[in-house]
Design a protein around this ligand. Structure first.
Ligand code: UTP
Length: 298
């Protein structure tokens, strides 16, 4: 069984309604934490995990994403002429070698499962692949996907990132029904998408990092709709349990920010701002005067 993971799918075709009106013209994934777009954090995490092939599932209105990964010769020339080597180095991070990145269109936002299915022709039958949702930003000593890829070499199957969430939050997530655990790994005997707190089989929520096998496309091809009338990735992964592919949850080490929600995005902005050496002093002093902030922003 081939357990080497070198390909990743980034579903970025969602409508991003929680950030309207901004997302009317700006893809959510281009929104920045300090000065780097959300998508850059996901790409860096994927590279650290050994990903070399990047597949973006995009949609109408997302062309800013494609431009972001293109080279910018005029900008580079001007930075070079001005001797701005630091900024030139920053720009290099955004470069993608020709052929390393592929764009596939999801014609209609029918759910995460449908978005992943749109990339089915770009994944070979015996090839495991990662899925990263860029609006889940995970800060850690070792990237979340790298931790998962390392564990995946041993266990294979389908793997999802998981973390404990509070009961009042659980209905926002896919939730694991665990049958056992070993260190950071949890074996799943089932998964439920967006259960109510009282029906949730555990407090282990599925977070936006996955390593999947091709068999998941067999379930996705049926295009069955689930919670919210969308084709759910969780349901397709769950359908493999007891049939073709076992599923494990990986309890990653790190802090996860839900940048798909306004509160999570603001928390991430504060955390990543404070982590920047050049902002630390000024930004911290400002936060220390926090009691005056709500008025100032009115
Ligand atoms: P979300 O559930 O956050 O949906 O999608 P969304 O459309 O991005 O945002 P809201 O809820 O309307 O504010 C999770 C991930 O799945 C992708 C999104 O781009 C995001 O990365 N997705 C979702 C698709 O690619 N296609 C879809 O049809 C739905």
């Amino acid at each position: 069984m081939n357990n080497k993971v070198t390909k990743a799918i980034f579903p970025v075709a969602g409508l991003g309604t929680r950030f309207l009106p901004a997302t009317k013209s700006i893809p959510k994934e281009i929104m920045t934490l300090v000065d780097r777009p959300l998508i850059q954090y996901a790409i860096d995490e994927a590279r650290e995990a050994g990903i070399t092939d990047f597949i973006f599932v995009t949609a109408r209105g997302k062309s800013a994403l494609e431009d972001y990964f293109d080279s910018a010769p005029e900008l580079e020339k001007s930075l070079k002429a001005k001797g701005k080597t630091g900024l030139l180095e920053e720009l290099r991070h955004t470069d993608m070698e020709s052929g390393a990145i592929a764009y596939i269109r999801q014609r209609e936002a029918r759910g995460l499962g449908h978005a992943v299915w749109c990339a089915r022709r770009l994944v070979a039958p015996n090839e495991p692949f990662a899925v990263l949702l860029p609006d889940d930003v995970i800060a850690g000593r070792v990237g979340c996907l790298k931790q998962m890829v390392d564990a995946y070499q041993e266990v294979g199957g389908n793997m999802v990132a998981t973390m404990e969430v509070a009961p009042e939050q659980i209905s926002n997530y896919g939730v694991i029904d665990p049958s056992g655990s070993n260190g950071r790994l949890v074996t799943a005997k089932g998964m439920v998408e967006k259960p109510s707190a009282k029906d949730a089989p555990s407090n282990l929520a599925v977070i936006g990092r996955y390593i999947l096998r091709h068999e998941v496309f067999d379930a996705l091809k049926e295009q069955k709709t689930g919670a919210g009338g969308e084709v759910q990735l969780t349901d397709a992964i769950c359908a493999q349990i007891g049939k073709s592919t076992p599923v494990s949850g990986y309890r990653f080490e790190g802090n996860r920010f839900d940048c798909g929600s306004k509160a999570g995005y603001l928390q991430a902005t504060v955390a990543f701002g404070l982590a920047r050496a050049e902002l630390h002093g000024e930004f911290r002093s400002y936060l220390e005067s926090i009691t005056h902030l709500p008025r100032a922003a009115e």
